[in-house]
Design a protein around this ligand. Structure first.
Ligand code: NAD
Ligand code: ZN
Length: 380
């Protein structure tokens, strides 16, 4: 089968690799029709992790079931399914509580949580390929309605970034009628803005510097704050009568720049604390990975960032963080799409065949104008 594989830093190739196949009786085999490139793929792409050469990328996957193992009895051949990026077992003590991002069965030894095509998150191959093996298929496949084919661009967002955008608003504790500031207008930040609008936020402010991304935020009714033009903290305080937003969301991660474009790990976290009201809530879903895992003097080594804990304490805020438990939200978000109340595909900029993945990775990694979200189509 054809697949997008990692060659080395900023180098991916589309190659012929052995077909994915059933390995265990609980597995399901899916022919992938839509698979996204994610900001999280860039941690591996840029060489910031120990992702092995030859590994297949892709954790935002949707496709048709083509084969099921003997122990699978809910999912059937021909079903159209979207797969949560977390691979859960459904029966460990974390999955039982709905914390499928922290599955103890599928993770590497001593860790919690697994994903397709991801460094440090189990040996699983990704879905930027013609076929994908889905472990614990009955648990991990979310069935889509029969007419979902025409709306794949919406439903594929349920694999990761729509639930993640929803999750960060829940971590922040957003309630209807409250205001929220979102740092980062990448795909995750834009999904957080979409989620906040659906949940009835009275004001959604989105901070970034990319005009194309800020325009998308405005297209759904959010207030765009261009931090290359204004100080984002001052602007949020201005818009909230000097009080700060009720809630704040971090959707940037390590790739955090000041207004000159200089990388400053920790800037968004410190800005968030100052942009959110006393006693407000903050959600953090951005991933903090070292820029260079080997460099001993690297500031962001092991994800460390300079953070003003005293300011957080003084303001009495609470912070929630971590990977999104996609299973906790995916049914509900699928159903919001089905009835037309959610339309996460508004961020999609490109539909491309698998062979164009190298060029797409390069453009998305450089945040080039107009490259907001790429969907690859390995098969139709
Ligand atoms: P992205 O890199 O495309 O978007 C990040 C955006 O942040 C960019 O548009 C960038 O211009 C902006 N930015 C940079 N510095 C900023 C600053 N100081 N203030 C405001 N904005 C700033 O990535 P994405 O796909 O949107 O993902 C965002 C983060 O979420 C990544 O770290 C990704 O790994 C993570 N993520 C986490 C989960 C989870 O489950 N927790 C799931 C998916 C993605
Ligand atoms: Zn993702």
């Amino acid at each position: 089968m054809r697949a997008v594989v990692y060659n080395g830093p900023r180098d991916v190739a589309v190659k012929n690799v052995p077909d994915a196949q059933l390995e265990r009786p609980t597995d399901v085999l899916v022919r992938i029709t839509s698979t996204n490139i994610c900001g999280s793929d860039l941690h591996m792409y840029e060489g910031r992790t120990d992702f092995e050469q030859g590994r297949i990328f892709g954790h935002e996957n949707l496709g048709e079931v083509v084969e099921v193992g003997d122990a699978v009895d809910r999912v059937k051949v021909g079903d159209l399914v979207v797969l949560p990026f977390n691979i859960g077992c459904g029966f460990c003590k974390n999955c039982e509580k709905g914390l499928s991002a922290f599955c103890l069965t599928t993770a590497n030894p001593g860790m919690a949580g697994a994903a397709y095509g991801f460094a440090d998150m189990g040996p699983y191959q990704g879905g930027q390929a013609e076929l994908l093996r889905v472990p614990y298929g009955d648990y991990n496949c979310l069935l889509l309605p029969p007419d979902a084919r025409e709306q794949e661009a919406d439903y594929v967002m349920v694999a990761d970034i729509f639930p993640t955008g929803w999750h960060v608003t829940r971590l922040a504790g957003l309630c209807p009628g409250e205001s929220v500031v979102i740092y980062g207008a990448g795909p995750v930040g834009l999904m957080a803005a979409h989620a906040a609008m659906i949940q009835g936020a009275c004001m959604v402010m989105v901070v970034d510097r990319h005009a194309d991304r800020l325009r998308l935020a405005e297209s759904i009714g959010a207030i765009a704050i261009d931090d290359s033009q204004v100080n984002p903290v001052e602007r949020v305080l201005e818009l909230t009568n000097g009080l700060g937003a009720d809630r704040g969301c971090e959707c940037v991660g390590y790739q955090c720049h000041d207004h000159h474009g200089k990388e400053i790990p920790g800037l968004t976290m410190n800005n968030l604390v100052k942009s959110v009201k006393f006693t407000g809530g903050i959600g953090v879903v951005g991933v903090f990975v070292p820029k260079d895992p080997g460099a001993p003097t690297q500031l962001a080594k092991k994800g460390e960032i300079p953070f003003d804990w005293g300011m957080l304490w003084f303001r009495g805020q609470h912070v929630g963080t971590g990977q999104c438990n996609v299973k906790a939200y995916n049914r509900q978000l699928r159903d919001l799409i089905a009835v037309g109340r959610a339309k996460p595909s508004f961020i999609v900029s490109h539909h491309l065949p698998l062979d164009e993945a190298p060029d797409a990775y390069k453009n998305f990694d450089e945040r080039n104008d107009g490259w907001t979200k790429v969907i690859l189509h390995p098969s139709t």
